[in-house]
Design a protein around this ligand. Structure first.
Ligand code: ADP
Ligand code: MG
Length: 611
């Protein structure tokens, strides 16, 4: 049989290799920014057009390249950063694989202009799909400019896989933030479609964090700093008081390289143990310096996952450092390194043995069947202890029915899971754990999740109102000013027309936040922030607006943010009202997010369980 193995031509090999390095425009951004840092630039400019799909350009004022090096830099495994495998264990640079430029040039149209400081003239090279188009001498400034145009122009399948501009821009901003946070001593700017999104001067770490995430974050930052022989740690964590419901800004850097580590993330969360409500997350910016020989960066082509030699020691050290700082700044009074463990026991509990067991006084004459106003009632005098217990409950007094947004009768036809008489009879309710409303029908039992039920009620009410009403805005007496980070303002700006459709009116979008002059009639001023934050978070998390229309999507967001919460105690009237309203909804079975609102247990099934 004839021989069938052949060597792949270089440009094909490069395209295949490119698949590992370049998944999307943001990967190119990362590689180019890192090259500029390795070239010792102290000012780096990133220019993006159409989410990086048309153009990604990085201009630096670094050391530049000679003419020969400029041509060679596009060869595979061409690097100035290591010479032998041993060098891998003493890395001082971001790059070392010598693959990025070769990969990028295989799948895009690239223009490189570069000049070294001591040269009069520089060089311009154009390469498309690994093929050299031109190489000429040009006059240019010191440093390097690389423009990557029409990424994946020669691999349509990959180009089609790219997500929407919003999503791809988000990824680019993420990469930019990671690199900019790792190097506060370098000035960075980011220009997207001719708008300058960031303009970061060379500054200290705290200023850099504030420069990226907005002034709002400044008060929340708690500094951390500890050193051992193994690792030195510095940076900031956030005060647990400001924890977020979404995984927020969480950054680890090892030797100024952004890294991902679930394991070390766990160490930080562990340090917050007992300080955060469930499902709340702190933000953190943690910078580790370790001996380069104790860390392996080479385990993943994008180099965000790394292997530490002493991972478990670093884990303990991070946890202790974060705990210590939270304690030192009086955020967690009971947390410290060398403290007596007994102090962790709540004060009352620690002393409880000295106390007598509270006595319960029972009134033997109390007759629950006697009506009020009879003498038996006046004979029942609660003891001091029971009064105190009552006080405990009054503190968590439920919101009154007035606090629940007015629910307009809906004219929708019912979906008839239950008959009208059945529902009318469903007025005996009971609340379980501040979470579920239990109600009985004629021959069955319903367990209704209160939060989801209320979301459905509000959602339908909003849709109906929007369909009927023309004037959806309430003009505010005093416009509200809300601070947001620049990129969050950009997200809101992208959604401006839809937000206006539902009744928002904006006075201004600035680099520091927004000014709102009118809000939808159906929401309260106090709910504005959480609604806008959710819209921003959804967009960051790439949660698709799966609803058929923008209006539906915003109604869902509003319903989610204004519905009574799980854990909120409701009195009987409120419970009944929710059940009634739910079953006058068009679709009482599912919440706007698609989750089932209740469980229906027919009598037979309950009976079966007793066999
Ligand atoms: P690596 O960074 O892993 O060495 P790259 O393909 O990213 O591989 O770059 C190849 C080489 O090109 C680098 O080693 C460096 O010498 C040179 N180079 C790339 N970008 C720049 C730049 N912005 N300034 C100066 N030299 C650069
Ligand atoms: Mg590189």
């Amino acid at each position: 049989m004839a021989d069938i193995i052949q060597l792949l031509p270089d440009h094909v090999a490069n395209q295949i290799a490119a698949g590992e390095v370049v998944q999307r425009p943001a990967s190119v951004v990362k590689e180019l920014l890192e090259n500029a840092i390795d070239a010792k630039a102290d000012s780096i400019k990133l220019i993006i057009k159409n989410a990086g799909k048309s153009l990604i350009q990085v201009i630096d004022n670094g050391i530049g390249m000679s003419q020969t090096d400029a041509r060679l830099s596009f060869e595979r495994h061409a690097t100035s950063k290591i010479q032998s495998a041993n060098d891998l264990f003493n890395l001082q640079t971001k790059g070392f694989r010598g693959e990025a430029l070769a990969s990028i040039a295989a799948i895009a149209q690239v223009e490189l202009k570069t000049k070294q400081e001591n040269q009069d003239l520089g060089v311009l090279i154009k390469i498309e799909g690994s093929e050299l188009i031109t190489q000429e001498i040009v006059s240019t400034t010191k440093g390097t400019s690389i423009a990557v145009k029409n990424l994946f122009y020669n691999i349509p399948a990959r180009r089609n896989f790219l997500k929407s501009d919003t999503v791809e821009t988000r990824h680019i901003i993420d990469e930019f933030q990671r690199v900019a946070l790792a190097h506060p001593d370098i000035a960075f700017s980011l220009i997207h479609n001719d708008n300058e999104i960031y303009h970061l001067k060379n500054e200290n770490l705290r200023q850099r964090i504030v420069g990226i995430f907005g002034k709002k974050i400044d008060d929340k930052l708690v500094p951390i700093s500890e050193t051992t022989d193994l690792v030195s740690i510095k940076g900031f964590v956030t005060n647990p008081k400001y924890a977020k419901k979404k995984r927020g800004e969480q950054f680890f850097f090892a030797n100024n390289r952004f890294i991902k580590s679930n394991y070390l993330n766990h160490a930080v969360l562990n340090a917050y143990d007992g300080l955060l409500a469930p499902k709340y997350f702190p933000s953190y910016f943690i910078y580790m310096e370790v001996d380069p020989s104790t860390i392996d960066i080479n385990i993943h082509p994008t180099k965000t996952e790394v292997k530490f030699e002493n991972e478990s020691a670093i884990y303990s050290f991070i946890r202790a450092t974060v705990k210590h700082s939270l304690g030192q700044y009086n955020i967690a009074p009971a947390l410290d390194f060398n403290r007596d463990e007994n102090l962790d026991i709540p004060y009352n509990y620690a002393n409880s043995t000295k106390k007598e067991t509270p006595s319960i006084t029972v009134n033997p004459n109390f007759n629950p069947f006697k009506t009020e106003g009879t003498s038996s009632k006046s004979t029942f005098t609660p003891t001091k202890q029971t009064q105190n217990w009552e006080a405990l409950y009054t503190e968590i007094e439920p919101k009154t029915i007035e606090d629940i947004p007015v629910i307009i009768e809906s004219n929708f036809e019912q979906t008839s899971l239950f008959t009208e008489t059945e529902i009318q009879k469903a007025n005996k309710t009971y609340q379980l754990q501040g979470k579920y409303i239990i109600s009985s029908l004629k021959n069955s039992m319903l367990v209704v999740k209160q939060n989801l039920a209320h979301q459905r009620i509000i959602y339908e009410e909003l849709l109906e109102k929007f369909a009927k009403t023309k004037n959806l805005s309430q003009i505010l007496l005093i416009p509200i000013e809300i601070e947001f980070a620049k990129h969050d303002v950009a997200i809101l700006f992208e959604n401006k027309s839809e937000l206006e459709e539902i009744g928002f009116q904006f006075q201004e979008f600035t680099s520091k936040g927004i000014i709102i002059k009118a809000i939808p009639t159906l929401i309260k001023q106090t709910e504005v922030l959480s609604i806008l934050e959710e819209i921003i978070d959804n967009s960051k998390l790439e949660i698709p607006k799966e609803s058929p229309s923008q209006l539906n999507y915003f109604c869902k967001v509003i319903a989610k943010n204004t519905a009574i919460k799980t854990g909120q105690l409701l009195n009987n009237k409120e419970q009944e009202r929710i059940i009634d309203k739910l079953f006058s909804c068009k679709e009482p079975n599912y919440a706007p997010n698609g989750k089932e609102i209740f469980i229906h247990l027919p009598l037979e099934e309950i009976e079966k369980k007793f066999h």
